[in-house]
Each structure stands twice: as C-alpha cells, then as structure tokens.
Design a binder for this molecule. Structure first.
Ligand code: ZN
Length: 79
C-alpha cells in the first residue's frame, strides 16, 4: 500500500521500508519530498523519481544553464 504523507520527517531506516509516492511506481523509497500545495507533508520518493524531480525543477527555474549540476546530481544519486 502506498503510504500516506506525514508531518514528521521519516528516519532513513523508516523511509527505506516504504514505496515511492509517485503513482504507478513500485520502487523502494530512499528520500522524502515535501510539496507546499500537498499540505507540505513528507512523501517517500525513490532515487529515480528524486532525480527526475530535481531535473524538472532545475530546468524550470534555470532553463538550460545548470545541466552540469543536474548531471552531477544524477551520478551522485544513481551512480
Ligand atoms: Zn519512484
């Protein structure tokens, strides 16, 4: 079952027992994300979706000027 978001942050051990919050994704979570419009709740997210979300926001905010930072983050998280 997909976990509900929560107000308190997850512990690293706790979050790794959960499934990613992205609809249709069954990967194990490694991080958490908070979205203001979602009540600012902590939601578990898998490494693939964390990288995708970072890329999306970086390109939205900085257009194509931060591609090296996106690539560095991808390599750090996904290896
Ligand atoms: Zn995911």
């Amino acid at each position: 079952m997909r976990p509900a978001g929560r107000r308190r942050s997850y512990t690293q051990r706790g979050i790794e027992r959960l499934t990613c919050c992205v609809d249709g994704c069954n990967n194990k979570a490694r991080y958490e994300w908070r979205i203001c419009a979602d009540g600012n709740l902590a939601r578990p997210i898998c490494p693939d979706h964390d990288v995708a979300l970072n890329q999306l926001v970086m390109r939205w905010a900085f257009r194509d000027t931060r591609e090296a930072d996106i690539k560095r983050y991808r390599q750090k998280v996904l290896g």
